[in-house]
Write a protein that binds this ligand. Structure first.
Ligand SMILES: [Zn+2]
Length: 552
């Protein structure tokens, strides 16, 4: 028994997997099309497995609903996995059930599986629940060595308030004309909601207390010497939090799924530091070894990878100073163009107005274009740089992409603008050649960074005066705030079974957040499902059409 009707948008703190696990479409033998849009699937050879990371299983085919008994290959290829053909005129992206993480017997990750498959494995006793959120099962009879693991990609779209993470499965498949196209499927989408604003508020509150203490009626204290410089690469706590939480979630996903590569959207160009021509530090910029390559990439975009003097493309291009350095020209990006080797050598150290004296129209064009900054290149933010660097510690190849590419992919696929669909669109997708995103999960797991409680022992009211004192201990009767529990209330208005996140009380009547509201439950009636990990989990449906907006 659950505390919420299946398929309904659930409360923040309620187990998000329930709707997917109990949804009708995935589990009813008669309903062959979960997506309800009734489009035939792209013809493909690999059907039936849902990429669940196992070689033909013993005794699993008998009740398998999704495949082999189908009479023809065409029928077998029919759309039961939520895939939609991108070449269909009414294509808007297919919607499939969010996949379930699967671990091998030895705890190592296998390919995520369909929730129906997970139910079957759990029902037969072949698997056990390893984790409630994100829902993860562990097989009891299969090791990694027995399984085929294709690997999944982790795609990340970092944002200021929320970060989208998507696990995708990318395969080369033959379309109807027999040409090979890359088909990308979204397996699991997670939206990570940051608490940077809260952290900033806490820091300001602390600063306020300190400021008051300095001017309060206390004895005089001489100022300390200012011997506390910020280390190189310092980020404010609210920004560092974004890097840390994203990295920690990515690390966990690498534990639950066979992630082979990481794709992250890193806004393309560092326009600020490039145009100022000096090195910036701290929040302004992470520069380092990438500085040169960034300028080159920027110039390639700005000048369309062509020689500024003769429009040659497909040849090696040098970075060329309009006003030569030997004559006092700067390294500012407005003084730089791309030039092919012959043009570069011909120009040598001649100033550009002398070199192009006989071609005044081109000179005017170059000078105008050089002065104008690249419009759509948003200032690179330090957080993204740090995140990309930090993701390197995962031990997987990290590919950094630009926001423009993501946007192009998402719009070409007709997907709505959400962090998770943006994450799904990160990375190269040659849609003009038929590459497509054919499926995205219908439900998104929302992980809201909730913190792990406060260090401060006093809770102030809104005027900064002490309102209450917190207990020293965080654990009461075996429970900590943030734990996921199942409560069995024997009698009263709230009689029944409830699942949710608790806030502990020292007297043992813990507060449980359910979809119906908050209830107080004795610790005696609680059962621990999962220890709190600093995140509150919920879920939301993913919009399938490009109508909704995104904030943050
Ligand atoms: Zn040239």
């Amino acid at each position: 028994m659950t505390t919420f009707p299946a398929g309904e948008q659930t409360h923040q703190a309620v187990l998000p997997q329930q709707p997917a696990l109990e949804s009708v479409g995935a589990d009813t033998p008669g309903s062959r099309d979960e997506t309800a849009h009734g489009l035939p699937a792209i013809a493909r050879g690999t059907v039936g497995g849902h990429g669940r990371g196992e070689t033909g299983g013993r005794g699993t085919s008998a009740r398998r609903r999704h495949a082999k008994s189908a009479a023809t290959a065409a029928q077998a290829a029919e759309n039961r996995s939520g895939d939609a053909p991108a070449h269909h005129p009414s294509y808007t992206g297919g919607v499939g059930a969010s996949r379930v993480f699967v671990l091998a017997k030895d705890g190592r990750p296998l390919m995520p599986c369909h929730p129906a498959r997970a139910r079957e494995l759990l029902g037969k006793g072949r698997a056990v629940v390893a984790r409630q959120v994100p829902f993860t099962i562990r097989l009891r009879d299969r090791t990694l060595a027995d399984s085929v693991v294709d690997g999944v990609q982790l795609r990340i779209d970092p944002g200021s308030k929320g970060t989208g993470l998507a696990l995708t499965d990318e395969k080369q498949e033959a379309d109807e004309q027999g040409t090979h196209v890359t088909v990308r499927r979204g397996l699991i989408s997670i939206e990570l909601q940051h608490r940077g604003d809260q952290i900033r508020m806490c820091m300001r509150r602390r600063a306020g207390y300190r400021r008051r203490r300095r001017s309060a009626n206390c004895r005089y204290r001489a100022p300390r010497s200012n011997n506390r410089p910020r280390p190189a690469g310092w980020l404010p706590p609210s920004l560092r939090h974004r890097v840390d939480t994203t990295l920690s979630l990515a690390t966990r996903l690498c534990r639950y799924a066979p992630v082979t590569e990481v794709h992250v959207e890193r806004v393309a160009f560092d326009t600020h530091s490039m145009s100022s021509g000096r090195r910036l530090s701290g929040t302004e910029h992470g520069q380092g070894a990438l500085a040169g390559t960034t300028v080159r990439a920027y110039l390639h975009t700005k000048w369309n990878s062509a020689c500024a003097y003769c429009d040659a493309t497909g040849v090696p291009l040098n970075i060329e100073h309009l006003s030569p350095r030997s004559r006092g020209g700067s390294d500012r990006v407005s003084n730089l163009v791309l030039a092919c080797v012959p043009c570069n050598e011909a120009k040598g150290s001649t100033p550009v107005d002398t070199f192009l004296a006989d071609r005044p129209d081109r000179l005017a064009k170059i000078l105008e274009q050089a002065r104008a900054p690249l419009r759509d290149a948003a200032a690179m933010n330090a957080t993204r740089w740090r995140l990309t660097e930090a993701l390197g510690t995962l031990g997987r190849p990290v590919h950094a992409w630009s926001g423009g590419l993501t946007k192009g992919n998402r719009e070409a696929m007709g997907l709505a603008k959400t962090h998770t669909l943006d994450a799904l669109s990160v990375g190269r997708l040659r849609h003009e050649r038929g590459d497509a995103i054919v499926r995205h999960p219908g439900q998104v797991l929302v992980a809201k960074a909730a913190g792990r409680g406060s260090y401060a022992r006093t809770t102030p009211d809104r005027f900064g005066f002490p309102r209450l004192h917190r207990a020293r201990a965080k654990q009461h009767f075996g429970y900590v705030t943030g734990d996921l529990v199942r409560a069995t209330v024997p009698s009263g208005k709230w009689a029944g079974t409830w699942t949710g996140r608790i806030a502990v009380r020292a007297r043992g009547q813990h507060s449980l957040t359910t979809s119906g509201g908050r209830i107080n439950v004795s610790h005696r009636n609680l059962r621990l499902l999962q220890r709190g990990d600093g995140y509150g989990y919920g879920s939301r449906p993913e919009p399938s059409r490009s109508t909704a907006g995104k904030s943050g």
